[in-house]
Design a protein around this ligand. Structure first.
Ligand code: NAD
Length: 277
């Protein structure tokens, strides 16, 4: 475990940091991480815990993994962590979960939206419209629902907030040769949604930015049918590897923190150079 020695975020140590490093810390903030039961979301939640947050809300549709995540993270820290089972496509249950989380923790300052699904290898002419809509509804609709709900709570409580949407390089480029038009369209929508919310919410001191990962080594990609494609992905990536699961943590902490206070509407790639050429 990565921060067991200190057991919890070390306030005294943080207070001794020079101002620039101090501005990266998240002391006293409450964070919501969707898709935090596993993968990139879980790892970013861990990064936020290591950087000073005082409360963590994990939201995910997978109860078993979500509860396991709370147990695993709580073994590393004394910080208050709760899991809420939520399908981010469902506005009513998302609203109820946020309302319960606000009653327990207070209004969140940080939202990391990592919940998402990826369907690959379906040709457009064979894509069933319900399946297509399910993909869009999860990645884009779900981002909208959680950003709407958390944003409303932030605005009502007059909290300066930071929202971080996990998009994908697939929102800006077309992956080749796999066919995944719905996923790619959903992520392009996530990037555009972030920019729209920047324009709507800057007056409330709420910032929204997107992270665009390249090919990452998570369970999402550990399926049999992707084995051969993964070799192609590595070949297409100048750094010749997939991204590590904790590869987004530093940027997520930066975007959540005051160190990025003038950043709004950015979409930053972490992709080993994959879309640089
Ligand atoms: N892994 C990659 O290569 C990669 C690349 C670019 C972008 N991304 C994006 O990063 C995010 C996280 O990906 P990951 O690799 O950690 O995937 P993952 O499958 O390991 O984790 C995704 C989590 O989201 C949850 N989830 C899915 N649909 C949900 C819903 N409707 N409501 C609530 N929770 C839901 C899942 O239960 C899971 O815990 C996704 O949005 C994905 O599109 C991943």
């Amino acid at each position: 475990m990565r921060f067991r020695q200190t057991s919890k975020y070390d306030t005294q140590l943080a207070a001794g940091l020079h101002p620039t490093l101090q501005s990266f810390t998240l002391e006293g903030k409450i964070a919501v991480v969707t898709g935090g039961a596993r993968g990139l979301g879980y790892s970013m939640a861990q990064g936020l815990l290591e950087s000073g947050i005082s409360g963590l809300v994990i939201m995910d549709r997978n109860r078993e993994l979500g509860e396991e995540a709370v147990v695993a993270l709580s073994a590393e820290t004394d910080i208050d962590i709760r899991f809420y089972k939520v399908d981010v496509r469902d506005e009513a249950s998302t609203k109820e979960a946020i309302s319960n989380a606000v009653s327990h923790f207070g209004t969140p300052h940080i939202l990391v939206n990592s919940a998402g699904i990826a369907e690959s290898n379906i040709k457009a002419e064979e894509y069933d419209i319900d399946k297509f809509n399910h993909q869009i509804g999860t990645n884009l609709g779900g981002t909208f629902v959680i950003a709407k709900t958390v944003g409303k709570a932030m605005i009502e409580a007059k909290i300066s907030g930071s929202m971080i949407f996990i998009a994908s390089m697939s929102g800006s480029i077309v992956n080749y040769p796999q066919n995944q038009c719905s996923y790619n369209a959903s992520k392009a929508g996530v990037i555009q949604l972030a920019k729209n919310l920047v324009a709507e919410r800057a007056r409330y001191n709420i910032r929204v930015n997107a992270i665009t990962p390249g090919y990452m080594d998570t369970a999402l990609n550990r399926t049999k049918d992707l084995t051969a494609q993964k070799e192609m992905w590595i070949a297409q990536t100048p750094q010749k590897r997939l991204g590590r699961v904790d590869g987004l943590n530093g940027l997520a902490v930066f975007l959540a923190s005051d160190a990025s206070s003038f950043m709004a509407g950015a979409n930053i790639a972490i992709d080993g150079g994959c879309i640089a050429w």
